[in-house]
Write a protein that binds this ligand. Sequence first.
Ligand code: DGJ
Length: 738
Amino acid sequence: MKNLITNLLPAILSATALLSDNTTLSAQQVTIPIVTQNNAIVLQTDRENRLRTVYFGEPLSKAEEYAVISTQYRFDEGGDGIYNSAYTPAGTWSLSEPAIQVTQANGNPSLELKYVSHKEQKLDDNCILTSIVLKDPVSLFQVTLFYKAWKKENVIEQWTELQNGGKTTVSMQKYASANLWFPGKGFYLTSFHGRWAKEMQGSEQLLTPGIKTIDSKLGTRAMLLQSPNFILSFNQPAEEESGTVILGQLAWSGNFRLDFDVNVYGHLRLIVGINPYASEYMLPAGEMFLTPSLIYTVSRKGTGEASRNLHDWARTYRVLDGQGERLTLLNNWEATYFDFDETKLTTLFKDAKSLGVDLFLLDDGWFANKYPRNHDRAGLGDWQENVKKLPHGIGYLVSEAKKAGVKFGIWIEPEMVNPKSELYEKHPDWVIRQPERPEVYYRNQLVLDLSNPEVQNFVFGVVDSLFIKNPELAFIKWDCNAVIYNAGSAYLNKKGIPQSHLYVDYIKGIYSVLEKLRAKYPKVPMMLCSGGGGRGDYEILKYFTEFWPSDDTDPLERIFLQWDYSYFFPSIVSCNHVTDWGKQPIKFRVDVASMGKLGFDIVFSALSENDRKFCQEAVGNYNGYKDIIWKGDQYRLVNPHDNDMASMMYVSKDKARAVMFSFFVSNRQRLTTDVEPILLKGLDPAKKYKVEETNRYPGTRPMPNSGKVYSGDFLMKIGINAKVNTGNTSSVMLIEAI
Ligand code: DGJ
C-alpha cells in the first residue's frame, strides 16, 4: 500500500488560531503531537521558531488542546534556563548539555536550529512516522528529527538525520540520537552494569540535580560494563504492576552515552546517542549522517506491561525472524573446550539425537593449522579447518550430523585476530592498534579494523565461504571477545580520514557486513555472542535471531540475569544453556534454561540414567510448550531480588495455555517459600484451567496441585502454591484451559 504523506502545517496553524491573546504563543506557532495509545509527546515552536518539547504524558481527549498546554507553564526564556529544547544546539543561546555540537570549517562553533517543516507518514494502521526539519539559517546545517510511533505497543523509535547544507566540511563533536524532556518531579533510574559472567546487574536510584551519565568506551562488546538499557520510573521506584515507567535502549552496538539531566525545577532531560568520546566526526558539504535509534516504550501500569509491549514490538517489528521458530541445541564448548576430534564430535552428535535437540553446535577450536587453535592464544583469524582435529573437514561433520539425525551449526569470531596467526602476519595493517605502542590484548587477541572495506569483505567471506562449502550449515554462533584498545586504524590514515571516525565506522562496518550477509542468507539462525553478554541491542538484532546473555550459566545466577534481561528482551532471543556450572540438580538447571531458547552444553552420556531420562523428557515437554515461552505474554510473578524465591509465567495470546516456573533461590533453611500461594496473571477469569506439573524428576511424587482444576478467577485472586523449598527447589506447572 502506498504510504500516506500528509503535511500537517496548515492544520496546526489553524489550531493555534484558537488561542487567546494573552498566551505566549506567536501566530506562526506550530504544535506537533506524537501520540500512542497511552502517551503523548507534544513538540511546539516558540517565539523564536525554535522547537521545544512542551508535554510528555497521557494523551488528551481533545487534540486541539495540545496547542495550549504550554500556556500553563512559564518556561524560562534565559539561555541558562531553557531545558526543553527538542534538540539542543551548542554555541548559541543554550548553555545546557547539548544534543548537537558542531564546528564550521572556519572554526565557528555556533549552531542555531529553527523549525522549517514537518510531515506525518502513516506507515500502517498501527504506525506513524513523524519527521521534523530544523535548520540553522546561518550555516544551513540541517537536522531532521524522526519519531516512529507504534500505537498499540506504545513504542517510539527516535533518531536524527544530520545534513551539512553548507559549502565546507563541518566537524561534529556531539550528535545525539534523541533529546527528550519530561516534566514532573522525582525520577528513578534503573541502570545496568556488569562485567564478564556478571552482566546486567541492575541498580536503582533517585536522580538528583545534575547529570547522571551511563556510557561505554569499549568500542566492541559495548554493553559489558554499562548497558544501553534503562528503566525510568516517574514519581516512585519502578513497580511491576503500577506507575508510569519507560523502558528504553539505544540501539547501537558501539560506544554509547546516556545523560540523565535533572534541572532546578526537578524536570528531567534525557540526551542519548553515540558516545562523543574520541569520536569527532567530519561531515563534508552536502553529506548526511544518520544517528542510531533510541527505542522506548511507555507504560502507565508498571514494568510488567511495558516489557510485554516491548516484547511484542521486538518480535513483530525488529528481531530477525522474531515470530519464527528456533532450534534447540547441544553445544560442545563446556563439554570439550578446545580438546576434540572427529570421533569425540560424532559421539556428541549421537548424544544430541538421544537428548532430542534439533542441532549440534561446534564451538571454538576447529580451525587454524600453522598456529592451531588449541587454546585461546593462537589461530584466531585463520578460518581453515584444523587438519589434525578435523581431517575430513566441516563438510564431513555436517553429513555425519545429518546421519545422526541432527542439524549442524558452527562458532566463528570473524572480527578478531590472535597476534599468533597467519592473518596477523599477512595483514598487520588490518589490525586496530597504535603501531608505535606496545599491543594491549584482551583474551590474547586484537580487533580487526572493520572501518576498512577490505576487512569487511574478509569478514563477509569467512561466513560466506562456510555456507558455500556447506550449504546445509544450519546455525552460526558469532562471538566477539575483545574490546578495542589502542584505537588506531592504518586504513583511515591511508585515506586521510580522521582517526576519530574509527569507533563509529567500526560499527557501521559491522552492520554493512551483516546487511550483505542477510541479503544472501536471509533466514539462517545466528546467535549473537560477545564473550558472554557484551552485545545485544535492537540494531544488531535485526540480523540475529537470538543472543547469549552471559557465560555465567550457574542456574541460580541465571535466574537473576534472565529476570533482568527480560525487562527488555523477549524470551525467544535469550539462549539459555544447561551446563555443569553451579551446584543445583539437573532438574533445576533444565527448568531455568527452559525459560528462553533451550540448549545444553554438557556431556549428556556422562549423566546418570535418571538425569538422562529427565533431560529427554524435559526436551519433549519443552517442545510442547515452547511456543508459549517464545511467543506468549511474560509475567514476572515473584521477584528473586526481593524474595527467597522466583516465579515467572508465560501465557499464550489466547489465554488458553500458560506455563509457570518457580524456584527456590536461597541456601537458608526454614524459609517460608511454600507457605503462601503465588498469584497468577494474564489468565481469563471466566475460564477453567487444569494445573499439571511437568518436568517431574523420575521417581518423585507429583505436586499436590497437579491434576487439579481451578477457575482463572481463583488462580489470579488466590493463586497456587508452587511448593518450592529446600527439598524441592524448582517446579514447572502447565496451566491449560479445559
Ligand atoms: C566466549 C563465549 O561466550 C563462549 O560461549 C564460547 O563460545 C567461547 N567464547 C569460545 O571461545
